[in-house]
Design a binder for this molecule. Structure first.
Ligand code: CTP
Ligand code: C5P
Length: 379
């Protein structure tokens, strides 16, 4: 018992918390950095009720958000329903040495820095926020997608377009094609996210391909099933142009680089093919020694020439349809946003106002004495 305790002491336990709504690679990158500061990473995720109270309704339910965070490969444990304001009691309860957060501002509905207590106790560390992606920005992109998508007709959606004109703080989000994001992908980032593993000669290699746009719980459930089919899971990601060919409209919402990082952050994925051919070729299967090729129960669009993209794996008898048991699609997410567009608009503009009003003050103050900032939310 005493020995076990001593061993426990040696490991550095790190705490992170947040909403983790529409989990994206920015969240994953903050968790990666947090994990690098210690040995064990515990992540507290807030309830829907708490989030609605402090910043507006989340897009994903708490059950969906818990599941998504659990699947990020740097996360060792998820604490469901963690308090919005991080207390020393919470850190102590989970034996965490300190709390880590990105260098952005998180305040309660009353404008109080949610980290004021841990800052004061010098149990707070900051990591760099990933520029160019945030939940707020993604919501903006989706509403811009709505504008593109429904321009040709329906009056109801013209209203959505007018209301959404002040959304999407990332001006480059207007086009989802390569190079459109403010986020600057580097080989370094891919290396940091990559598993660095190669399949062992005895490993059964599983291959799946898709858009994996706005990586969501449906994808996650599918990848969990695909992972269980073998020992080494390779995910092929189609190019932005390819996705646009078969999805149309303004899809994909996330460009290829962003989709690569989202998929790499998933604990079930070992390797990603960046810009995979739409039809699964014999060459691809031979090159990666693929034993089984899987697809979920969603529709399979034909290739540009009208052929079946899974013709080759079917001929080899190694094609399998998997039931993810989840009906969520990228389009569903966009629909959720459209349905709640007014709430999201309000939330976006509030968040921007808070950021504009708080950023210099909060930074300065936090650095000086770790104390909290009280602000008037109205401006
Ligand atoms: N984070 C990050 N880089 C991003 C987005 C989030 O490092 N691009 C970090 C935040 O700094 C925080 C954690 O991810 O440490 C959880 O963030 P969350 O509370 O979910 O908020 P945001 O994603 O910032 O969402 P929003 O823009 O709606 O506030
Ligand atoms: O639509 P997308 O190309 O992103 O899907 C990638 C893979 O995930 C496909 O095989 C699809 O069938 C699967 N999927 C699933 N269940 C969902 C969503 C996607 O099995 N709810």
């Amino acid at each position: 018992m005493a020995n076990a305790k001593q061993d426990d002491k040696k490991e550095v336990r790190v705490w992170c918390d947040g909403c983790y709504d529409m989990v994206h690679f920015g969240h994953a990158n903050s968790l990666r950095q947090a994990k690098a500061l210690g040995d064990v990473l515990i992540v507290g995720v807030h309830t829907d009720e708490e989030i609605a109270k402090h910043k507006g309704p989340p897009v994903f339910t708490q059950e969906e958000r818990y599941k998504m965070v659990k699947a990020i490969k740097w996360v060792d444990q998820v604490v469901e329903g963690a308090p919005y304001v991080t207390t020393l009691e919470t850190l102590d309860k989970y034996q965490c040495d300190f709390c880590v957060h990105g260098d952005d501002i998180t305040v309660t509905a009353d404008g109080i820095d949610t980290y004021h207590m841990v800052k004061k106790a010098d149990r707070y560390r900051e990591v760099l926020r990933t520029a160019g992606v945030s939940t707020t920005d993604l919501v903006g992109r989706m509403l811009l997608l709505t504008r593109e998508h429904f321009k040709r007709g329906d009056k109801e959606y013209t209203v959505a377009l007018e209301h959404s004109s002040n959304l999407g703080t990332d001006s480059t989000a207007r086009s989802p094609y390569t190079g459109c994001s403010q986020f600057l992908p580097t080989t370094q980032k891919i290396i940091q996210f990559s598993s660095g593993l190669s399949p062992k000669p005895t490993d059964k290699v599983v291959y799946v391909a898709g858009a994996f746009d706005l990586f969501h719980v449906g994808h996650l459930d599918f990848l969990e099933k695909a992972h269980a089919q073998g020992d080494f899971l390779i995910v092929g990601l189609h190019t932005d142009l390819e996705v646009n060919r078969y999805k149309g409209s303004n899809y994909p919402i996330m460009n290829l680089h962003e989709r690569v990082l989202s998929v790499l952050a998933c604990k079930y994925v070992h390797e990603v093919v960046i810009g995979a051919p739409y039809s699964v070729t014999a060459e691809l299967m031979d090159h990666f020694r693929v034993s089984v090729v899987c697809h979920g129960r969603t529709a399979i669009a034909p290739d540009a020439d009208g052929s079946d993209p899974y013709k080759k794996p079917k001929e080899r008898g190694c094609f399998k349809i998997l039931d993810s048991g989840n009906t969520m699609t990228t389009e569903d997410i966009v629909q959720r946003i459209i349905q709640h567009r007014l709430e999201f608009e309000l939330r976006n503009s509030r968040k921007e106002q808070k950021e504009l009003a708080l950023k210099p003050l909060n930074k300065e103050h936090a650095k000086q004495n770790g104390d909290y900032v009280h602000v008037n939310n109205s401006g």
